[in-house]
Design a protein around this ligand. Structure first.
Ligand code: P1T
Length: 379
């Protein structure tokens, strides 16, 4: 089936008991058993829940994996991946620019279990090659990165990592499987903050892991149940509902993103625009090859904290808020919000300056968004 058909139908057969076309919210903690050891395959809702399992089946199909598992947040999903892949004495490589919370998880928690992390620009394959060690067990890539929008060649990075016993994990939150499918490009595991484009309506927090290998999938299912950070039935239902319109929304985000990026490029107050759809973006050629759209995330440089603060204080239609990927436009200041946990020196090196503003372009009328930005630039 085509992607749009799968988004609506995969894993979502009409409910066997009533024929309901929408998967019901199975709001139960347990299931009655006919006799000792005799049940319908459902024992306890941390282990099995039909609403969550429908979302998991759907995501496995969309990301071309063998199985998917849904978690209480993107960070819970990433934590489960570290349980799957890493133990004391191992080494892991992570893109140097990732969501601040990902860096915080690795640096402030996982590292303390004796895992050594290297943060490298995975866009530079020579740097990646140099960072690989015989005990490297995880390569964690974000592409495009949050918020600088750097692109990594997923296929070639996977080839390098697979020369040793190392799994490649791609955080596909910014693109969604509609625009990028890392498993098809050679990655082993895909992770999402389902809070973002998958849900698409800024009304739930969640995470999803999709796996290519059956052995990894079996172990991750064990971890999901044993560690227990599952997605609730209602949140699973919201994400499932969101995914049905994922293709239509992503096309709209992409169209508006391109318009806003071009508009920002023309503003004299803007020193730099980070958007992979712009021909002068350093990853543009690669982005065109491994993605089928550029999405709705843009970062731009205003030159100083004072200018960024003044600008963010003047927008009205664009809401000043963390998060991204919803139908409404959100605008944020990475240095003090999403990436505050990254040391200041490292932020400066990456380009996450005090003057950097990030916009998650929504699907409103683009003229209204440009009008709002124009007012904010005028002061
Ligand atoms: O917020 P949560 O659902 O736990 O997901 C974490 C996460 C993982 N990966 C990426 C690429 C992300 O952007 C996020 C969350 N990001 C934000 C809240 C933000 O505003 O960037």
């Amino acid at each position: 089936m085509g992607f749009k058909t799968d988004a609506i139908h995969a894993g979502q057969e009409p409910d066997p008991t009533t024929g309901a076309v929408t998967i019901p919210i199975y709001q139960t903690s347990t299931y009655v058993q006919e006799a000792l050891g005799k049940h319908k395959g459902f024992e306890y809702a941390r282990t099995q829940n039909p609403t969550r399992m429908a979302l998991e089946k759907n995501m496995a199909v969309l990301e071309r994996g063998v199985a998917a598992y849904a978690f209480a947040s993107g960070m819970a999903a990433e934590t489960a991946i570290t349980h799957l892949l890493l133990k004391g004495g191992d080494h892991a490589i992570c893109s140097d620019n990732v969501y601040g919370g990902t860096f915080r998880l690795f640096d402030k928690i996982v590292r303390h279990y004796g895992v050594d992390f290297s943060y490298v620009s995975t866009s530079n394959l020579a740097d990646l090659k140099a960072a690989m060690r015989p005990n490297t067990r995880m390569l964690f890539i974000e592409s495009p990165t949050n918020p600088i929008m750097a692109i990594t060649d997923i296929r070639r990075a996977s080839e390098i990592a697979h020369r040793t016993d190392c799994r490649v994990v791609v955080d596909n939150t910014f693109m969604s499987p509609y625009f990028q499918r890392p498993i098809e490009l050679g990655a082993d595991i895909v992770v999402h903050s389902a809070t973002k484009y998958l849900n698409g309506h800024s009304d739930s927090v969640g995470g999803v892991v999709v796996l290519k290998r059956k052995d990894d999938a079996e172990r991750l299912q064990f971890i999901q149940n044993a560690a227990g950070a599952i997605l609730s039935p209602f949140d699973s239902w919201l994400v499932l509902r969101g995914i049905k319109t994922l293709p239509a929304r992503m096309d709209a985000h992409n169209a508006n993103g391109m318009e806003i990026a071009k508009y920002l490029l023309k503003k004299k107050q803007v020193k730099k625009v980070y958007y992979p759809g712009l021909p002068k973006h350093p990853g543009h050629g690669l982005a065109k090859k491994q993605m089928s759209g550029f999405g709705g995330m843009i970062a731009f440089e205003l030159g100083s904290l004072a200018r960024a603060k003044a600008f963010l204080g003047r927008v009205k239609l664009c809401s000043l808020a963390e998060s991204l990927g919803g139908v409404e436009t959100l605008i944020s200041h990475p240095a003090t919000m999403t990436h505050a946990s990254v040391p200041a020196k490292e932020r400066a090196r990456l380009g996450i300056t005090d003057g950097l503003v990030r916009i998650s372009v929504g699907i409103e009328d683009v003229e209204d968004l440009i009008g709002d930005l124009e007012n904010a630039f005028r002061g």
